[in-house]
Design a binder for this molecule. Structure first.
Ligand code: NAD
Length: 251
């Protein structure tokens, strides 16, 4: 698909960029003409992602960023601005998952889930906002989940954080609606990435059977949604939640 200039002139910071959906964003955004700062705690994998993107003619740089550390955020935003002179676009994608219901989630597990999946999304918006505001035409996409829209048994802490991201996005959208920063959330269904762990053939088949389209999505399926929301095609779009889930949320 020809997407060559949709993000021309944009500079995007993508978190969780070393793997899965974040890696998909780096690749798709670079193909669409954006300068991309790829951020992650996995340095070797993150550098390999930007090396491949640059070898294919893109323009990406890696920065180490632990999204739970505000000092890292400040340094990553400063890095983006020193490398490219601006920051127009933020994709808060880094996230973790572990199962844990009401009784079997631990305090440490809960706190870690909230730190990475929820508090870090606020940190990212807070750290990037001064630079985004300077551009007068900026966009944030926060990667939530289908599990931020519906419940399921046994993943209470994950649902809590992803549901929070949904309303954090809408609240920020309204806070900045007249100041040139649009904020939207994207809600992936089941996407084949390392976060799913090693699925048995039986579980794999069960997941597919639950999806109306009959298969899991690919990282780029999510990145194409963010591409639209971060491009000027979506100039009138803010505060929306976009499920990308093979029809799951419609069922
Ligand atoms: N794969 C799915 O089915 C699915 C479904 C719904 C939502 N999501 C969401 O999509 C996002 C990406 O998930 P994925 O499937 O690509 O998983 P993944 O495990 O492949 O990638 C997650 C990335 O986040 C990074 N990360 C984790 N903690 C970090 C931290 N503290 N600081 C910086 N980076 C950190 C990891 O190093 C990894 O590179 C997550 O927010 C996840 O909750 C995924």
């Amino acid at each position: 698909m020809e997407i060559g200039s949709l993000l021309k002139g944009k500079t995007a910071l993508v978190t969780g960029a070393a793997s899965g959906i974040g890696k998909g964003h780096v690749e798709v955004f670079a193909r669409a003409g954006a300068q991309v700062v790829a951020a992650d705690i996995q340095e070797d994998q993150g550098k390999a992602v930007v090396d491949a993107v640059n070898a294919a003619g893109g323009d990406a740089q890696f920065v180490r960023l632990d999204v739970t550390r505000m000092a890292d955020w400040k340094a990553a935003v400063a890095f983006a601005v020193s490398a490219y002179g601006q920051l127009t676009t933020l994709v808060n994608n880094a996230g973790i998952y572990h199962p844990g219901g009401v009784e079997d989630e631990t305090e440490d597990g809960w706190n870690r889930m909230v730190a990475v999946n929820q508090t870090a999304v606020w940190y990212g918006m807070k750290a990037a906002m001064p630079e985004l505001l300077k551009t007068g035409n900026a966009a944030i996409v926060n990667i939530s989940s289908l599990y931020g829209l519906i419940g399921s048994p046994g993943s209470l802490s994950y649902h809590a954080t992803k549901a929070a991201v949904r309303l954090m996005s809408k609240s920020a959208a309204l806070e900045y609606v007249k100041r040139g920063v649009r904020v939207n959330s994207v809600h992936p269904g089941q996407i084949r990435t390392p976060i799913l762990g090693n699925l048995t053939a039986e579980l794999d088949a069960q997941i597919k059977a639950a999806i109306p389209m009959g298969d899991m999505g690919r990282p780029e399926d999510i990145a194409y949604g963010s591409l639209y929301l971060c491009s000027d095609l979506a100039a009138y779009v803010t505060g929306v939640e976009l499920p990308i889930d093979g029809g799951w949320s419609a069922a």
